[in-house]
Design a protein around this ligand. Sequence first.
Ligand code: SF4
Length: 474
Amino acid sequence: MTYLTREEILNWGVSTEYPSRHRYADRLISRLKEAGQWDVRQLAGHNWAMGCVALEVTQRCNLDCTLCYLSENSEAVLDLPLPEIFRRIENIRRHFGPGTSVQVTGGDPTLRKREELAAIVRRIRDLGMQATLFTNGIRATRSLLAELVDNGLDGVAFHVDITQRRKGYPNEAALNDLRKTYIDRARGLPLAVYFNTTVCAENFAQIPGIVRFFRAHSGSVSLASFQPQAETGRGVLRRRAPFISPESVAEQISRGAGRPINFDVARVGHESCNKYAVCLSVRGNLYNLFEDTAFMMDMFAKTRGCTFDRKRPWRLIAELFSVVLANPRCWANAGTYLGRKLWEMRWDLLWAGGRVGKLSFFIHNFMDASQLEEDRCRSCVFMAATAQGPISMCVHNAKRDEFLLKPFTVDTAPGWRWWHPLYGYAPGPADRGAHSFPLLQSVAVLPTEHRKGRGGSRRDMPHRSVETRPVERD
Ligand code: SF4
């Protein structure tokens, strides 16, 4: 396997064109074809031009994860001015079109002023895109979530796992109490609730227990996403243990699900990047929704170009139902599929009085910063929004400071002004340019308590080095 060289990474450009949504989807499709990743199961390029785009609204965070993807310089960086964030949101819309999923992320976005966060979510909603708040949950109170829902928030993704070293939570089983607290905060709000889990050697064996928790709360949690450890960013844990891979994580998920989960039916972008499965949940028991049947392939083909409402699963099912009704040629396949599913779930359906929920699983396999594969970066379905335009998140992570520490102009009410991530707005008019800033100050002068990750004071935090695959323990 050959990887991008440091020079190739530094020269890797952002997407500066503004093609129409369909032209961007065409480009993605042709890149997936070049990478040998194109077949009838591929969802990328059909239902959306881009899987999702991360909009980092702050670099500050109130935790210090052992696998943090942020730069060691992040804590010194000021929050982006709102006009610049609005410009990036419009840029996302121009590139990928309405319906695009935008991750409002950071750092932790809840550290921004409440009214600014609401304005960011509102702007995404007003441009016809879907906003999801990515947070560690500490400051994501019920009242904040309710206010953001009023401004158009579609989903909330809570990051909870032992890499965050939260006091009083020694393992994933203990963290289930916290997950439950966060679920309760979002309960009753029209929000899709997701959970993110970074997988490392410490918690690999605990994945089945985490999945059993999500099974028990599948009426409230709609997606559980797992990200195997990647050597990128400021985190103190570095190279992934050899037993951690998308395939071994999928096995662990299946163990927790109590049956094999079908991760190979649908494709989301490059198969080395993403694995995706959707299950029906009845009485906490999971049943694969995606099966390698003629009906499923029919459905993938027939729903191309549709955008579904993620917040309301029943509306999604009604939309799928109307697609089937409108296509008499798939009635026979649909009848066979439905009959088999109902038979498979019959006892649980009886006990549950016919109540069915949905729980999806996602495995996102980020690459190490020093091991970027070109075809995966070219066919990337997860972008970061930078001042210059969107770029593959893996490439972005490999050269964060190139984007993070560069001054740029901001269109403010009185006119253009230069803005520097370490100093803010430059004094004087825009034509004095970036030269009006003092020389770039080394962030190494920041007091230790303000630095995080490898640059911080806790570089010698204890962690196990596990080279052999541990057995499950809850
Ligand atoms: S961010 Fe990286 S792992 Fe994710 S889709 Fe893009 S290239 Fe693949």
